[in-house]
Design a protein around this ligand. Structure first.
Ligand SMILES: [Zn+2]
Length: 190
């Protein structure tokens, strides 16, 4: 896994907030289908295709992929059969990340690291974890509130602890305040 520089991380966190506000996707847990619709992306489940075509796609990519047509239309194909909703959400956000970050070299190590960071942070922004779960933050509550798999919840929790350490010393960033002021959260954890 490659590490990105801190300016890139910061840039992506800022892009996330601007995207949510510009495209009016303001409810959490976030709905990746709503975001892709509003961005003008077309989504296609593998299951819409014949079984034979579906198997070809699974061999090509076990989760999903994007293609851009010559007319500029962006299409996301994602595997849905035998996949839980958490994994589908993550796959869609990963592909949306490639689009939002204007990646050309999809599959490149740097591009994959960037979009993985994008998808993690747009699904469960640390500042929303802090404000929604406050004294009840754990991998389990993060997973329940932001609809993450068990594995993704563990990773989100570790990232949150790093964020919290920085936050306690330095406080909110401007884009974090923007996010807090605009997002409505449907509470799923008591
Ligand atoms: Zn990718």
């Amino acid at each position: 896994m490659i590490l990105l520089d801190s300016e890139t991380y910061e840039f992506i966190l800022r892009i996330i907030v601007y995207t949510l506000i510009d495209y009016d996707v303001l409810e959490y847990p976030i709905n990746p289908f709503e975001l892709s619709d509003k961005l003008g992306l077309k989504t296609h489940p593998y299951s819409k295709l014949s079984e034979e075509e579906e198997n070809i796609l699974i061999n090509f990519s076990k989760d999903g992929f994007s293609t851009e047509k010559s007319n500029g239309e962006w299409h996301i194909f994602y595997r849905d059969k035998n996949m839980n909703q958490f994994r589908i959400r993550y796959t869609l956000m990963h592909e949306i990340g490639h689009f939002v970050l204007a990646h050309i070299n999809i599959g490149g190590e740097k591009e994959e690291a960037e979009t993985n960071f994008f998808s993690r942070n747009i699904i469960a922004p640390n500042v929303l974890i802090y404000n929604t779960l406050s004294f009840n933050v754990s991998p389990q509550t993060i997973g329940e509130q932001f609809l993450l798999s068990k594995q993704a919840s563990e990773i989100a929790y570790k990232n949150y602890l790093n964020w919290l350490y920085r936050f306690k010393k330095k406080g909110y960033k401007d884009y974090e305040i923007m996010l807090l002021n605009n997002i409505k959260i449907k509470k799923l954890v008591a």
